[in-house]
Design a protein around this ligand. Structure first.
Ligand code: ATP
Ligand code: MG
Length: 246
């Protein structure tokens, strides 16, 4: 199963969720590939990947095979990206069937994995559209703020367009509340609003705010590895069980 973690709004724990869901799935004995589609290279820095020779950039351009660029971290396979993905994206606009390039390259690989998790950039770019066209499901991490609700509505309408025009089999696995501060009333009100207004699953195991989440990336580790007893690690472990059972 190919799952994109996607929200075009910045700073919604997309990368943190992609990493910890992937490693959580591997700890449940699933074979996982984590694919970075973001030129910011945040997966690479958060998992301490330095000096990589080749990345998703070369694969998309047909200059390397996935086998040449896969590395191992904490029990998962990882395909990193880097800043020159911006040039790749520009070149992709000139290619035929450019929405389906990633899908084409992944097709030879998907049988090797139980899950392929794609970390999307915070934009509705050609890279994001490639991820959505290659995916079976998406998870939308979501911060419980008023601006978050607006951007979630835009995200959902974009997904609807992709389902109509590009990938009819794409499904929304669920919306994942992240960086949740339960003490703030606004969160509860927004959660109630969402439950009433949006006919989409909201994961029961939302991710609580915890400073260990930011620290883990600084030390080049997942939260599951860096702070296994922290609330965020516990939340991601429970979320992974919810994903497996869905
Ligand atoms: N559960 C959490 N509690 C507290 N802080 C968190 C939590 N999860 C993530 N963060 C912090 O929030 C910030 C954004 O996280 P992250 O980079 O995963 O988001 P993103 O949506 O991928 O961002 P970008 O838009 O830059 O791609 C980071 O500083 C991260 O450490
Ligand atoms: Mg990110």
């Amino acid at each position: 199963m190919i799952i994109s973690i996607v929200n075009h709004k910045e700073g919604t724990a997309t990368t943190t969720s992609a990493i910890n869901i992937s490693i959580g799935l591997a700890r449940q004995y699933r074979k996982v590939l984590l694919l970075e589609m973001d030129l910011q290279g945040d997966i690479s820095s958060a998992l301490n990947i330095t000096n990589q020779q080749k990345s998703i950039n070369e694969v998309l351009m047909g200059e390397a095979l996935f086998q040449d660029v896969i590395l191992q971290r904490e029990g998962i396979d990882v395909v990193p990206a880097n800043i020159s993905l911006v040039d790749v994206e520009l070149s992709m606009w000139e290619l035929e069937n450019n929405f389906y390039l990633l899908k084409k390259h992944l097709s030879v690989l998907s049988k090797n994995y139980d899950y392929i998790i794609i970390d999307c950039p915070p934009s509705l770019s050609l890279l994001t559209l490639n991820a959505l066209c290659a995916s079976d499901q998406i998870i939308i991490p979501f911060k419980l703020t008023v601006l978050g609700v607006n951007s979630l509505e835009l995200m959902l309408s974009t997904v609807e367009k992709v389902q109509k025009k590009l990938n009819p089999s794409l499904k929304i696995m669920g919306v994942l509340p992240v960086i949740v501060n339960k003490r703030k009333n606004i969160s509860k009100e927004i959660m109630d609003y969402l439950t009433k207004m949006i006919n989409i699953r909201i994961f029961k195991n939302y991710i609580r705010a915890n400073v260990k989440a930011s620290e883990a990336a600084l030390f080049g580790m997942s939260i599951l590895e860096y702070a296994p007893n922290s609330s965020s690690a516990i939340d991601y472990k429970n979320l992974v069980k919810e994903i497996i059972n869905s």
